[in-house]
Unconditional design. Structure first.
Length: 327
């Protein structure tokens, strides 16, 4: 169980009071989530420290060009990320947002994250819009094939993508003696994979499967954008947008901050880095809560969600997801 109440406050009291006062009165609330939300679950962000995978800038691997040039390398990157996401657990920030969604009916969360941690924290599906898809969707990369498989948790998705392990320790008989190697480290050798090793489309039998995520230059899912547009257009005002753990540099996601401001929304930024503010900068009515989202969110949302308790069921679900995926 995780409790937020006995911890020392992580935000200035005056900001906390004015934010909570506004949150109380707010009905139309948006949240824009980024990789920093899952940082304290142990998953790396894209930019800055941690944004390198082996020698590759993570954002350079997230392109259709990278996939067509070296699908084996791009699959190794994504297979590693699927594996890490399955091993990770939602943190108190995921649970706090899920609780807020249950308490405030007209709260809509726009997540750029593909790691599945918000769904695993039982964030209500109808109030969670996945802007950049999911690591656990796979689709055919052939332009003429529309194959899409949702919720594929097979890890590894094909044997050639298994995370290599170190030699077993000959002094022990335990199966745990072999240790997974960290293939994010460029010093750990990985095999070169070609077409024959990689997952194929079961429908057209021609194309390679690819992760169901949105790469640079690709359109965001139409239905997701339509749903968000409908929510925005429904009323003339938006009360609040929380911008959480994102550098807010990728569009159209980052553009929702200005859309919300244009409808009167006050902006609350939750970020480790004081410099990571949306392109429109900070307004005097905004809040900037600097620090780890996993510490800050349970505290600033506490007047609505109460004391955060991580439900044993959710934790068990997460454990099951990992067990199922690796069996
Ligand atoms: C913490 C923390 C802790 C750390 N607590 N905080 C307008 C202008 C210019 C360009 C464009 C434009 N409109 C569209 C474009 C082109 C492009 C774009 O935006 N380029 C920019 C680089 C300028 N956009 C697109 O191509 C999009 N498609 C599109 O627009 O289609 C139409 C179109 C096509 C072509 C031309 C024009 C229009 C698609 C964007 C897809 C982005 N995809 C990725 C990969 C997804 C799959 C995967 O995961 O691999 O999405 S890239 C990557 O960036 C990923 C993320 O979701 C996204 C955002 O990153 P995020 O989450 O903000 O992470 P970081 O690392 O940047 O930030 C982490 C933050 O957390 C930091 O601030 C830390 O300080 C903080 N932090 N720990 C709180 N514990």
């Amino acid at each position: 169980m995780t409790s937020s109440s006995n911890r020392p406050s992580v935000v200035p009291q005056q900001d906390l009071e004015s934010f909570q006062d506004h949150l109380n009165k707010s009905t139309r609330i948006l949240a824009l989530l980024g990789a920093g939300l899952s940082a304290s679950s142990g998953l790396p962000t894209f930019r800055g420290a941690g944004g390198l995978w082996r020698t590759h800038d993570a954002t350079q691997l997230a392109t259709p060009g990278a996939f067509s040039a070296d699908p084996g390398l791009v699959w190794q990157f994504y297979s590693y990320r699927r594996h890490m996401a399955l091993k990770a657990k939602p943190n108190p920030a995921h649970y706090a947002l899920a609780e807020l969604a249950k308490k405030k009916e007209t709260f809509l969360t726009l997540s750029q994250n593909v790691d599945g941690l918000s769904p695993r924290a039982n964030h209500p599906e109808e109030s969670l819009k996945l802007l950049h898809g999911s690591l656990f969707d796979v689709k055919c990369s052939d332009f003429f094939c529309n194959y899409l498989e949702k919720n594929n948790y097979t890890d590894p998705i094909v044997p050639a993508l298994a995370i290599p392990t170190s030699e077993e320790d000959p002094t022990t008989t335990s199966a745990l003696a072999s240790r997974e190697l960290d293939i994010a480290d460029e010093n750990v050798p990985i095999p070169e994979l070609s077409y024959k090793h990689l997952p194929k489309c079961p429908k057209c039998k021609r194309g390679l499967l690819r992760p169901g995520v949105v790469w640079f230059g690709e359109m965001l899912p139409e239905k997701v954008l339509d749903d968000i547009e409908e929510w925005i257009q429904k009323e003339n005002k938006i009360d609040l947008i929380m911008v959480i753990g994102t550098s807010a540099k990728v569009y159209p996601a980052a553009g929702f901050v200005d859309r919300a401001r244009a409808k009167g929304a006050r902006v609350a930024i939750i970020n480790m880095d004081k410099n990571d503010v949306p392109a429109s900068g900070l307004d005097k009515r905004d809040w900037f809560f600097q620090g780890d989202a996993a510490r800050i969110l349970p505290e600033i949302l506490s007047n609505v969600i109460g004391e955060l308790k991580e439900t044993p069921d959710a934790a068990a679900d997460a454990d099951n997801a990992v067990t199922e995926a690796s069996s």
